[in-house]
Design a protein around this ligand. Structure first.
Ligand code: PLP
Length: 347
């Protein structure tokens, strides 16, 4: 990703912490043909193939490089797992000590990975929202540590914007029509929006693709502000903003969602997420655990091993293509965000 060096707000080259990450494969997914109408093409960006096994490395590479440049010696972070892995790994490489706050429900493999980097783990009882609360309290203490929080820290988003640069370069600067992105705190959604906007401002691409956020059932704050009237899970994104869904069952709180990586009730950048969706003509799609399971099964049979949260984007695409809405002749990009070894779910 450092081929786009000038776009990252790091002043000197010396503090850059890099594993030569990024430029992950963008592969066409022809196996989906049976779901397609017209000449729709679906591409998958394989962001599960990063140093720490998730796209969070894009953000951590820039954020921790900035920390190194600023002379910061120790950081704290709160995470459902993967951002913690990325911050811990890049901090280790930078010689920065890290403490990672995590919900007690964090998958064991992610904990083992974080511990292996020498980070200190702080387990917080309850869910991801309790963890956010705990770290904000920690930061109220006198002489607080530096908060390298991926949902807050702007430098993280300057890293995730590289996703958009790579997609456009890999499609020979002919941007896709729509990009489907799993969204909890929106670090990839907002980063992609920044990246596509920067490319458009520089005249590298004519338009910004529609950004479609995909959330998991029970954790749909973005859907709620985009479509305040709607109450139930929307399968295909078929209802235009503001239009009531017929026969929508009431939303249940899912306490153990398969998509643990995006089970966020109160994202701090909710309004930026909304702008990314609405300013690009995009939408919000909700997927259920059953839809995620179906994608895991299908992708596994094709040789991909991804974690449940990483199946959310493709589940959203399938839902969209299976609905009445698809326009046909579209080029759609989605992303595998995390590796299967991080949260193996055995059928
Ligand atoms: C972090 C993460 C996401 C989404 O991230 P948000 O910033 O919360 O929107 C999606 N998939 C995986 C595997 C992740 O780790």
């Amino acid at each position: 990703m450092w081929r786009y060096r000038e776009a990252f707000p790091i002043n000197d080259d010396a503090p850059i912490i890099s594993f030569q990450e990024g430029f992950t494969p963008l592969i066409p997914f022809p196996q989906l043909t049976r779901f397609m109408t017209g000449d729709t093409k679906v591409y998958i960006k394989q962001d599960h193939l990063f140093q720490t096994g998730s796209y969070k490395d894009r953000g951590a590479a820039v954020m921790i490089s900035k920390c190194a440049e600023t002379g910061i010696k120790s950081v704290v972070e709160d995470s459902s797992g993967n951002a913690g892995c990325a911050v811990a790994a890049y901090s280790a490489a930078a010689g920065i000590t890290s403490r990672i706050f995590l919900p007690s429900s964090t998958p064991e493999a992610k904990l083992a990975q974080i511990a292996s980097y020498g980070a200190r783990i702080v387990m917080i009882p309850g869910n991801r929202d309790n963890t956010s609360q705990a770290i904000l309290e920690e930061l109220e203490q006198p002489d607080p540590p530096y908060y390298a929080g991926h949902a807050y820290n702007p430098f993280f988003f300057h890293g995730t914007k590289s996703f958009a640069f790579e997609v456009c370069e890999q499609l020979e600067w002919d941007p896709p029509d729509a990009v489907f992105i799993p969204a909890g705190n929106g670090t990839l959604l907002i980063g992609a929006y920044l990246g596509f906007q920067e490319l458009q401002e520089k005249g590298a691409i004519p338009t910004v693709p529609r950004l479609v956020a995909v959330q998991c059932q029970g954790y749909t704050p973005l859907r709620e502000i985009v479509w305040p009237e709607a109450t139930g899970p929307v399968r295909g994104g078929e209802a235009p903003p503001g239009e009531e869904e017929a026969d929508a069952p009431p939303q249940e709180k899912n306490l153990h969602p398969l998509a643990d990586g995006i089970a966020i009730s109160n994202p701090v950048r909710l309004h930026e997420m909304r702008d990314a969706v609405l300013n690009t003509g995009g939408t919000v799609i909700i997927v259920t655990d059953e839809q995620i399971r179906a994608v895991l099964e299908q992708t596994g049979r094709l040789g991909f091993f991804i974690e449940p949260t990483a199946a959310v984007g493709l589940a959203g695409v399938l839902s969209y293509l299976g609905s009445a809405a698809p326009a046909g002749q579209e080029r759609i990009v989605t992303v595998f965000t995390g590796h299967g070894l991080k949260n193996p779910v055995r059928k």
